[in-house]
Design a protein. Structure first.
Lengths: 601, 608
């Protein structure tokens, strides 16, 4: 199994080569995000280096002040102590100023990276085909763009700052220690061995725990969100008690793994403190003997002890943010996987413009298959002259929607070509394609915002007059006027209190406003009541008079306004003719029509 | 801080552990303060007098103290790991249980994202505050007092300089916190908006693609992302300014102390060892002092999180079980609406009640179609039967008993619903369909066999045999995390679920809207057998669905204005004809076919 793109994303057991491949693509992504920020990065690096150096100069200056200052001052020489005091103050001020610079710069960098990554993800998500979205599921693509990006943000905001600052601080502290007293430096060096072993132990243990913790929290979140969004069904079917048991189990899993992670910290951090304190005691003994021998000033001993102690100060922060690093890097791995997915319906390299489409649609030797042995639409030809209204009928799974989606270029055919006015859809400028061909689906999605905003999506910048006219044309005006704030009523999340039928009317008005040359209606009237459908149909008769239309409907009432009916079965067009011809004949359609007539009454 | 005090309801049993942890932290810090005192002894004792052998025991003492500090450090953490995470788990379960109990009207107001952030990040924050924030704040405050006391006792003048110089830091920390939390709340809101934009761009991707509005959506998204960016940069600016304070203040204090200390030592008023100990102590104190501002911020964040938690826990549940519930062994299934009024809480005053005095009685076993214009309150009316909402006036009764007199659990065993937008949970097809039959989940062979039978029958009635062709058959996982099914497929599973519940009353909200004509006809044929013995309220838009019903109720302007058979209403009600008659029908009538006769014929056929 490959790990290219989003494949194998849920696995935890990557082989060496696969891990390398995933890491390489994350690195490549990170590189491409950071490369425009090179100058800022350098400036930030300089600020952090200089400020860390300034910060660690402190104990050395105190040592100098004590060892040189006291004897000098006894001689009434103020210079050494004044120098030490002033230098201490100045290094403190410079360090503080540069830290401030560093924090602000690093925030700019991290925000620039985030907005870049957000935009890339957003655009790429929109570019990826419906086929991808259907298999990847909305939950996952949303969590890539929210919680995964959050993990990266957290690392950049807090983790990275502390990590870099801590690391620089440790490096400079070690350097200063060697400068003021080399033998003490060796003690510190020796202490790095147990420190390294402890850290390695922590890393190995924590890695798998962090991974488990992410899995546990994700499960918890899924269960929680599903309960809240499906609360009606939960309550109506008395799922609460069972949910509580399930959720309680997930909470316990999450608690358990969290406690284990915290347990690791409870060993790691005190372990570090122990190593640090031991190093201090050893430094003290060795230094003490040398002071007695007169090889070392007392001030220097103090500096050596303080440096040794301080060296271990940032370790705790660094362990804390190893956590952040872990989740951010796995988030980046997943994000880079999504970005690696090639859109299966790519934009043309050299787009052809089509300013005014006539609406002449042709299928030329088209075949559509998911894989070689899952052919949905076997090879066929079909010509829909401009202005013709086509009704597509057939049972569920006959391939009606697939055919419609090929016209809307939600999919590309696996073989052959679909053309509009003689231009292959794949070559058409996306802007012209979407202006010329619009598809309205059964699932009428409303975005948060007002009713007017939602209709205006069909034509950005439409005047309120145009919006009202579109609503009137499809018979939505009346109910919209009846809403609390008319056209300005906020349709809250997922269409809230607008009924399913009303949602469909709004999405119809949207399509009406878009005024395309080719209109595709896929089950767009299924939830309408009959009076509304009647109004829509009246509107449609006018709307469709001079444009190409493909209508898919379960209710044959819609067929009445069609010029031509295509009956589909198992992906093939088995009947093709005017409604009158087919009803008069003896085929499938005649039978369906008869049955439907009976059901009407 | 009263809000935080309320946490004791959940943190109560863990309190001794937190106190123990605080004590450990305190002792560890005191030891850290003692180490410089030993250093002083070494410098002023063995080092000053050149007694090499005396260094060893004192250094050993430093080591022992250091080791004890590390052990206490471990104890501090170990003590709170279990209790702290258990408090978090307890609160999380309590929140979840409360949310499941709260009525649908509550969930209408609260987006799930808001609830989620409470359940996950807020509770995590509270746990961290209890285990670390609270513990360290207590310990640090004591240490500062003790440490400053030690500094003062070593040399009151140096101590005073240090103390006075530290005061501005506290002030700055306090000021900073106020502004910072304002910004972080703003950034949380903006991040929430951004997440909503992402969610919509994914859920609405078909619309965005169909209209080619990806770019348009991007520009909105960009604008939101930009405003979040500027908030974050403003936050960083504040952060940078507090760091300047944190670093400048000790620099000023210690540089002053250095000059004055050296001068005092030169004057002979202070030994070198004391000076050294002073600086070592000041270093130990630096972190607790710096931390006060952050600890304060931490406490305030924890308070906000606690408030947000209790916002939910304190929400009054308006739909509760009665104190002395009535109970019915086996409901006959007489469902009645008596002068029912209903309005949504947020409905503006100028609008009348959505349901304005509905009277309707369904006899046991009767199938009633509910017909009316879109948006007239049909779906709302169905929701009143199982108390997803409560009536605002009048009553709904089952077998003559007000539905509010049953426990919700019992009521919902008697009445099962299928919703128009079919919600499936991330579970197997089997679990989804048998949702209303918890007693059928078990390993007992008898139960398993019955479960299998109920499942098969429900799937057959709903014409959902497609599930057998799914990768794992009826064990295939569906829902958000599983296979994505088409609208028609989901609708059939939701119908199967309602049927499998074998209730006394079935409430179906436009259950066949997404089905094609042929499937619809088959489902209807199967449903008839179920409906023969079950009371049913079916919201219908189509004559074909109406055909399932014995009688039809017409909902108009918030009232049921007519009840009768389809043909009666066709004859008598103009509004009904308007609502239910399609174009073709009119056409047909004009061409001479009498719709009413045709309907009667079909009825007779069905009856025979």
């Amino acid at each position: 199994m490959s790990v290219t793109g989003v494949q194998g994303e849920e696995r935890q057991d990557y082989s060496k080569a696969e891990s390398a491949q995933i890491r390489a693509r994350s690195r490549h992504l990170l590189g491409s995000l950071l490369s425009p920020l090179k100058a800022k990065l350098w400036l930030t690096a300089v600020a952090i280096v200089v400020s860390s150096a300034a910060q660690v100069a402190g104990p050395a200056l105190i040592a100098y002040g004590i060892d040189q200052g006291i004897p000098a001052l006894v001689e009434q020489n103020w210079f050494p102590v004044a120098f030490a005091g002033a230098a201490y103050l100045i290094t403190g001020l410079v360090g503080a100023f540069l830290i401030a610079v560093y924090i602000r710069m690093s925030a700019r960098i991290s925000q620039a990276v985030l907005i870049d990554l957000r935009t890339r993800m957003f655009l790429h998500t929109q570019k990826l085909s419906l086929e991808f979205h259907e298999s990847y599921t909305s939950g996952r693509i949303i969590s890539r763009q929210t919680s995964d990006l959050d993990a990266i943000r957290e690392l950049m905001d807090e983790g990275l700052t502390l990590l870099v600052r801590g690391l620089m601080y440790m490096v400079f502290t070690a350097i200063m220690l060697v400068i003021v007293d080399a033998p003490s430096g060796f003690v510190l060096l020796a202490s790095l061995v147990p420190l390294g072993i402890l850290t390695r132990w922590f890393q190995v243990r924590s890695q798998s725990l962090f991974r488990r913790s992410r899995v546990a929290s994700a499960k918890l979140i899924v269960q929680f969100v599903e309960t809240m969004t499906g609360i009606r069904a939960v309550q109506a079917f008395r799922k609460q008690k069972r949910n509580e048991a399930e959720f309680g189990g997930l909470v316990e899993d999450y608690r358990d793994v969290n406690a284990k992670v915290l347990g690791l910290f409870a060993v790691y951090n005190p372990g570090m403190a122990l190593i640090g304190n031991t190093a201090v005691a050893v430094t003290l003994v060795l230094g003490g003997f040398r002071v007695i021998d007169g090889d070392l000033g007392v001030g220097v001993l103090l500096a050596a002890v303080l440096y040794t102690k301080r060296f271990f100060d940032p370790m705790e922060d660094m362990a804390m943010f190893y956590n952040g690093y872990q989740s951010a890097s796995s988030a980046l791995e997943k994000i880079s996987g999504v970005l690696e997915e090639e859109p299966s319906v790519p934009d043309p390299v050299t787009p052809v413009d089509l300013w005014n489409a006539e609406g002449d649609v042709e299928f030329d030797g088209v075949e559509f298959a998911y894989t070689k042995d899952r052919v949905i639409l076997p090879r066929f030809d079909l010509a829909i002259p401009a202005g013709q209204t086509i009704a597509l009928v057939g049972s569920t799974g006959a391939g009606k929607s697939t055919l419609a989606k090929l016209i809307a270029r939600f999919y590309d055919p696996s073989d052959g070509v679909v053309t509009l006015d003689g231009i292959a859809l794949a070559d058409l400028h996306p802007k012209d394609l979407r202006r010329a061909i619009v598809m309205v689906t059964q699932e009428a999605y409303l975005f948060s915002g007002s009713v007017a905003d939602n209709i205006a999506l069909g034509k950005p910048g439409a005047s309120s007059d145009e919006i009202v006219r579109a609503a009137m044309a499809v018979g939505a005006h009346e109910f919209i006027e009846g809403l609390p704030n008319g056209y300005d009523t906020d349709v809250n999340k997922r269409g809230g209190r607008v009924s399913a039928g009303q949602r469909q009317l709004i999405s119809f008005a949207r399509a009406f406003l878009a005024n395309p040359a080719v209109l595709i209606l896929d089950e767009a009237t299924s939830s309408l009541d009959i009076p509304s459908e009647r109004l829509v149909q009246e509107g449609l008769t006018k709307l469709l008079a001079d444009r190409t239309a493909v209508i898919i409907a379960h209710r044959l009432s819609t067929v009445a306004i069609a010029d031509r009916v295509l009956v589909m079965e198992h992906g093939r067009i088995i009947e093709d003719g005017t409604p009158a011809e087919l009803i008069g004949g003896t085929g499938h359609f005649a039978a369906m029509h008869a049955a439907w007539k009976d059901s009407l009454v | 801080m009263r809000a935080l005090w309320r946490l004791r309801e959940y943190a109560g049993p863990a309190m001794p552990f937190f106190a123990g942890s605080m004590a450990a932290a305190l002792v560890a810090q005191l030891i850290a303060l003692a180490i410089p005192q030993v250093l002083q002894q070494i410098v002023d004792g063995p080092l000053a007098h050149g007694e090499a052998s005396a260094v060893i025991p004192l250094a050993v003492l430093v080591f022992v103290l250091g080791a004890v500090e590390a052990i206490l450090y471990a104890i501090r953490r170990w003590l709170v790991v279990g209790p702290g995470t258990r408090v978090e788990a307890r609160m999380r379960n309590a929140l979840y249980a409360k949310l499941q109990d709260l009525p649908v009207s509550f969930h209408d107001r609260w987006p799930s994202g808001q609830l989620l952030s409470r359940a996950v990040s807020d509770l995590g924050l509270i746990r961290r505050w209890l285990s670390f924030g609270l513990v360290l704040t207590g310990a640090n405050l004591v240490i500062i007092v003790v440490g400053v006391g030690i500094l003062m006792s070593m040399n009151w003048f140096l101590g005073l300089i240090f103390l006075v110089c530290s005061l501005p830091l506290w002030w700055a920390g306090w000021r900073f916190e106020g502004r910072y939390s304002e910004m972080s709340r703003l950034s949380q809101d903006q991040a929430g908006d951004l997440a909503t934009a992402v969610e919509e761009s994914v859920h609405g991707i078909r619309v965005l693609k169909a209209f080619g509005r990806g770019k348009h959506a991007l520009s909105t998204f960009r604008a939101q992302a930009e405003s979040l960016r500027s908030t974050e940069i403003e936050k960083a600016r504040l952060d940078a300014s507090i760091w300047v304070w944190i670093m400048v203040v000790p620099a000023v204090a210690l540089s002053l102390c250095l000059v004055v200390g050296v001068w005092l030592a030169a004057q002979g008023q202070l030994t070198v060892g004391e000076l050294l100990a002073f600086f070592a102590t000041a270093t130990v104190l630096a972190w607790p002092i710096e931390s006060i501002g952050f600890m304060l911020a931490f406490a305030l964040d924890a308070r906000t999180a606690t408030d947000r938690f209790f916002d939910i826990l304190d929400s009054e549940n308006t739909i509760v079980d009665p104190a002395e519930p009535r109970t019915v062994e086996r409901a006959r299934g007489e469902l009645a609406f008596r002068d029912v009024h209903f309005r949504y809480q947020d409905s503006p005053a100028r609008f009348g009640d959505l349901l304005d005095g509905v009277d309707l009685v369904l006899e046991p076993g009767e199938t009633m179609a509910l017909v009316g214009l879109t948006g007239c309150g049909k779906t709302t009316m169905t929701a009143l039967t199982t108390r997803l909402y409560d009536v605002t006036g009048g009553s709904v009764t089952l077998d003559g008993v007000d539905v509010r007199a049953f426990t919700r659990d019992e009521l919902r065993t008697h009445i099962a619903m299928a919703f128009e937008d079919a919600t499936l949970f991330s579970a197997s097809v089997r679990d989804n369909v048998l949702l209303g039959r918890p007693e059928l989940s078990g390993d007992d062979p008898g139960v398993l066999a019955e479960a299998e039978q109920v499942l098969d029958e429900a799937l057959r009635i709903a014409q959902a045999s497609f599930v057998y062709d799914l990768p794992d058959g009826v064990d295939t996982k569906v829902g958000e995390e599983g296979m994505s099914l088409s609208g028609g497929q989901r609708q059939r599973l939701a119908l199967a679920r309602a049927v499998a519940a074998k209730p006394a009353v079935l409430v179906l909200d436009d259950p066949l809207s997404a089905l094609d004509v042929a499937t619809e006809a088959r489902v209807e044929a199967e449903l008839r057998s179920v409906l023969a013995s079950t009371t049913a309220l079916i919201v219908a838009h189509r004559p074909s669905t109406v055909m399932l019903a014995d009688r039809v109720a017409l909902l108009e302007n918030g009232r049921v204005t007519a009840v009768g058979t389809h043909s009666e209403l066709l004859r008598e009600s103009e509004h009904y004809r308007f609502v239910i008659t399609s174009l073709e029908d009119e056409e047909r009538r004009s061409t001479g076919v009498d719709a009413v006769d045709a309907e009667d014929t079909i009825r007779e056929e069905a009856a025979s």
